[in-house]
Ligand binder design. Sequence first.
Ligand SMILES: NC(=O)c1ccc[n+]([C@@H]2O[C@H](COP(=O)([O-])OP(=O)(O)OC[C@H]3O[C@@H](n4cnc5c(N)ncnc54)[C@H](O)[C@@H]3O)[C@@H](O)[C@H]2O)c1
Ligand SMILES: O=c1ccn([C@@H]2O[C@H](COP(=O)(O)OP(=O)(O)O[C@H]3O[C@H](CO)[C@@H](O)[C@H](O)[C@H]3O)[C@@H](O)[C@H]2O)c(=O)[nH]1
Length: 471
Amino acid sequence: MAPVKVTKICCIGAGYVGGPTCAVIALKCPHIQVTIVDLNQARIDAWNCPDFKLPIYEPGLVDVVKQARGRNLFFSTDVDKGIQEADLIFVSVNTPTKKSGVGAGFAADLNYVESATRRIAAVAQSSKIVVEKSTVPCRTAESMRTILEANSRPGTRFDILSNPEFLAEGTAIADLFKPDRVLIGSLQTSEGKDACQSLAEVYANWVPTERILTVGLWSSELSKLAANAMLAQRISSINALSAICEATGANIDEVAHAIGFDSRIGPKFLRASVGFGGSCFQKDILNLVYLSESLHLPQVAAYWRQVVEMNEYQKHRFSKTVVDTLFNTITGKHIAVLGFAFKADTGDTRESAAITLIRDFLTERAYVTIYDPQVEESQIWLDLAEAMPGVPLENIKKQVTIASSAPEACKNKEAIVIATEWKEFREIDWETVYTHMNKPAFVFDGRLLVDADKLRKIGFRVTTIGRGERT
Ligand SMILES: NC(=O)c1ccc[n+]([C@@H]2O[C@H](COP(=O)([O-])OP(=O)(O)OC[C@H]3O[C@@H](n4cnc5c(N)ncnc54)[C@H](O)[C@@H]3O)[C@@H](O)[C@H]2O)c1
Ligand SMILES: O=c1ccn([C@@H]2O[C@H](COP(=O)(O)OP(=O)(O)O[C@H]3O[C@H](CO)[C@@H](O)[C@H](O)[C@H]3O)[C@@H](O)[C@H]2O)c(=O)[nH]1
């Protein structure tokens, strides 16, 4: 049998991964029809929105959708039709951390992957290549295969591939246009290798072949968890060092610069911060911890768990610095928090460090004003309500205000906390902001974003993560 030439792709899940990934495939492969399906009608309506108010904010995404939508890119809630028409199906559904049952708090909730797989098994009338795009525990493809094979019709077959996604939010389109690598895992049978080649040919329309890596299924699944664990570990390492810098007078920027010059370490991903956030790092490390424990490897589990614990420590350490610096109490004080998204250039707030900081401030009975250029007001209320279970939203709203610009957020406040590294915060007119603040006026830079010396000259008292000096 020769590899199938893919002409119709269906992607199940129109989220942060399915949407941008398959929109780029449609753009780069005009000869392939790409249909992205989702059960969430509101999300699909937003993807189909005539004025391109898409459900996610991602630089460059609107341009891609503008070029391909209606040509060979379609968004629909008709999941069954999408499955039936396609010869290759991406499963790109969410895999959050389990909230209850066995493995709660650690293991991935595979309910959505299983439902999507069962739907494929129930409605497919011809052979399909099924691609695991979601991040999943090692050997999930085996469960998918068991479900699919138990339900296949005579004369049809399912081949399962693992093709984890490595895009980062905020740079998704650039990452998809020029990926460091595309990883495809398959069974090492001739059918598995053929399926792998079919998918590799799709990517080869724009990705150089030497960047398309083909490996075994389990290696592919584990490589995704491993990549995220090692990236997050770098951040926890630099954040752990930032605590030493603050205690000794060393400067974390200088330390990162110095160690990053070692070509074995490299300069990227060494930016100390108020803690990593996002939907992936914590979830995927906890997943690895769970996997290690299930495999009776407690020392390995403890090693990776510490990366998450260090991140929690960093967030609370920063909140405590704010309280300590504001004369050991923030009760009744007014604090502006600039940034709510988990990083710049995204409207995504999942696991954002800002949420932890604000919860800490509210628990200390401070008043908080939040400004973020991309996060919807309704999302902020949802996140705060979820972060403070048992506290009615009306009570949270008595302590929290949402502002429509950074200068407005900072007016008449005692302190400014920079929680997300939005470029516009660097360009704030700090002189004017200073004149409208209560004195002494404090800035806490959790993102190494502002020029602390310049702000001090204006009159601010500045505390920067990973720097010993304060005034
Ligand atoms: N967000 C990222 O930057 C990123 C990057 C790489 C990998 N990942 C992984 O990709 C996967 C998806 O992440 P995401 O951020 O896109 O999630 P998301 O929550 O934004 O999107 C998932 C979508 O799947 C839909 N869905 C769930 N079950 C369905 C079903 N049975 N049929 C049809 N639609 C269904 C949901 O309605 C939702 O819109 C996760 O496993 C995640 O770990 C995410
Ligand atoms: O030097 C750094 C780099 C990042 N961060 C923080 O780390 C978090 C994650 O950032 P980033 O990795 O850029 O964004 P994600 O969209 O979460 O992307 C990660 O998670 C995705 C989902 O699995 C993977 O596909 C990507 O490769 C991986 O980078 C954010 O809060 C950043 O602010 C730092 O604090 N310091």
